[in-house]
Ligand binder design. Structure first.
Ligand code: HEM
Length: 476
């Protein structure tokens, strides 16, 4: 298509906007940005414009989504709003970096999350999972209601802090006022700041802000101390067993990271790896609690694969938990926790869409809306609104394609480097909990909903865990 036939942002439909704020208030409003973007997608079509108040484009057109994600880092960067919010909080690492800095940090992140390192990380995974298992047994015995998201956050926090910084936080068992309590406050703060119409936190001192500063100072000290130990360990010839140790081995000719860079990169791993993975595990357990037959099948598979072990202890065993892995993939399809990504065009660009080409001016923000499109593609996922893990078994759904890319982990060169770790963590915990417990949804506090912070997570997700009958000795 010739450039003169291409649409510009002025040709696109979009919701009415207010003076000064544009669509900002509606985006931050009741249902949250994810709901708002989807609702407008259904009303205005796969590509529409917003005012924030600067003009922005939202697209679920698979060709445009692919083009934007793939043309990084040359043509698109992450939205400055996202990067400046994170940087202001001290969370500057591979997620927020661009150009040469990104290339360097990306290489370290990819290396530290590769298959060899994942095997070395298994000890941490198993230790954290076993603690969670013990805790759920106590809750089952007491008949307590379990807050699934809170439990999954504690589990993934322990895993991610263990892997990112080599620190055993034990948030699963530790409910005091320490770091394990305060660290999770960082993630919602990012969400609040991202969608706030004005930067109120710069003008209004608050107890929350003081707590956050204390948390960041404490983390900075811990990371510094552990980095010294990490350096000593790898200098002694040990293979890196966590992200800090991987950071302690600079690539040839690379200068060592400064303390600020170090803290920013560890926090990036925490942020990118914790919230997303806990929400995914929680959604998976939600669907299985509502589908007891499937839960029993996941249990039978675990019985078969694990024998008298409680928890998966190696990547090879994990690969045999096909149905548990399929349940996780299906939950990711139905509830992608990063349903849109915000990018900014670095220069004017013409992109070929499915129906039209689109001219994007330099500086324009483009939201790639991945929760519409492939995730609900009837041809590939018949009955898309039903939780059917079996569709992922064997050869699985038809292969990915440019017309319907399935992108829960993003795409192109900035594709999520933690994908495999996330799938390992969630499959391991899903299989372990379904093996030991019948899960009964508990909606006493209200129906299950969703909220958007840095990622989209479930609200009011509670269950009661019961020991299945007859109780077999290995479960006690
Ligand atoms: C189910 C869990 C997860 C989901 C759904 C998820 C999803 C995503 C998405 C959508 C992106 C943006 C990709 C893009 O811009 O194209 C991303 C980036 C990233 N993720 Fe994940 N992620 C998950 C878990 C993890 C874990 C466990 C880690 C590591 C501990 C991790 C580390 C990262 C990093 C470092 C980036 C930035 C990559 C870059 O900018 O080059 N993620 N993730």
């Amino acid at each position: 298509m010739l450039a003169q036939d291409a649409l510009t942002i002025r040709d696109l439909p979009g919701p009415p906007s207010l003076p000064v704020f544009g669509n900002k208030l509606a985006l931050a409003g009741a249902g949250g940005p994810n709901r708002a973007l989807q609702k407008w997608n259904d009303r205005y079509g796969s590509t529409y414009r917003l005012r924030l108040p600067a003009p922005a484009v939202v697209t679920s057109d698979p060709f445009l989504v692919n083009a934007v994600l793939r043309q990084r880092p040359e043509t698109f960067r992450r939205s400055p709003r996202v990067t400046s919010t994170l940087r202001e909080l001290g969370v500057h690492g591979v997620f927020t970096a661009e150009d040469d800095e990104w290339q360097r940090l990306r290489a370290i992140a990819t290396r530290s999350l590769n298959a060899a390192h994942l095997s070395a990380y298994f000890g941490t995974l198993t230790r954290c999972a076993e603690r969670l298992r013990r805790k759920w047994h106590a809750a089952a015995a007491a008949g307590d209601r379990i807050d699934v998201l809170d439990e999954m956050m504690r589990y993934t926090l322990d895993v991610t802090v263990g892997l990112a910084a080599g620190v055993d936080l034990n948030a699963v068992e530790n409910h005091g006022a320490g770091l394990s309590q305060r660290l999770p406050e960082l993630f919602p703060e990012i969400g609040r700041r991202l969608y706030a119409p004005i930067p109120y936190w710069r003008f209004v001192p608050s107890a929350r802000r003081r707590r956050l500063t204390r948390t960041m100072d404490e983390l900075s000290g811990i990371i510094g101390r552990h980095f010294e130990q990490a350096k000593a360990r790898v200098a002694g010839g040990a293979a890196p067993s966590n992200f800090l140790e991987a950071l302690a081995v600079p690539a040839d000719g690379e200068p060592e990271l400064t303390h600020t860079e170090l803290v920013g990169n560890v926090l990036t791993m925490l942020l990118a790896g914790e919230d997303t993975t806990s929400a995914t595990a929680a959604w998976t357990l939600h669907y299985l609690a509502n589908d007891p037959q499937m839960l029993h099948r996941v249990r039978a598979e675990a019985d078969n694969v694990l024998g008298d072990r409680y928890v998966v202890d190696s990547p090879a065993t994990l690969r045999n938990l096909e149905l548990a892995g399929a349940a996780v993939r299906e939950a990711i399809r139905m509830r992608p926790v990063a349903p849109y990504l915000a990018m900014q065009a670095k220069h004017d660009v013409l992109l070929a869409g499915r129906d039209n080409s689109l001219v994007i001016d330099a500086g324009t923000i483009v939201f790639t809306l991945i929760s519409r499109g492939a995730h609900h593609d009837e041809a590939r996922f018949p009955e898309p609104d039903r939780f059917r893990p079996e569709r992922w078994l064997g050869a699985g759904p038809a292969a990915d394609s440019v017309t319907a890319p399935f992108l829960p982990f993003g795409g192109g060169p900035r594709f999520c480097p933690g994908r495999n770790l996330a799938l390992v963590e969630t499959t391991l915990v899903t299989s372990m909990l379904c093996r030991d417990f019948d899960l009964e949804p508990d909606t006493g506090a209200g129906p299950v909903g969703e909220r958007t912070a840095f990622s989209v997570f479930p609200t009011n997700l509670h269950v009661r865990a019961r020991l299945p009958e007859p109780v077999r000795p290995h479960r006690l």
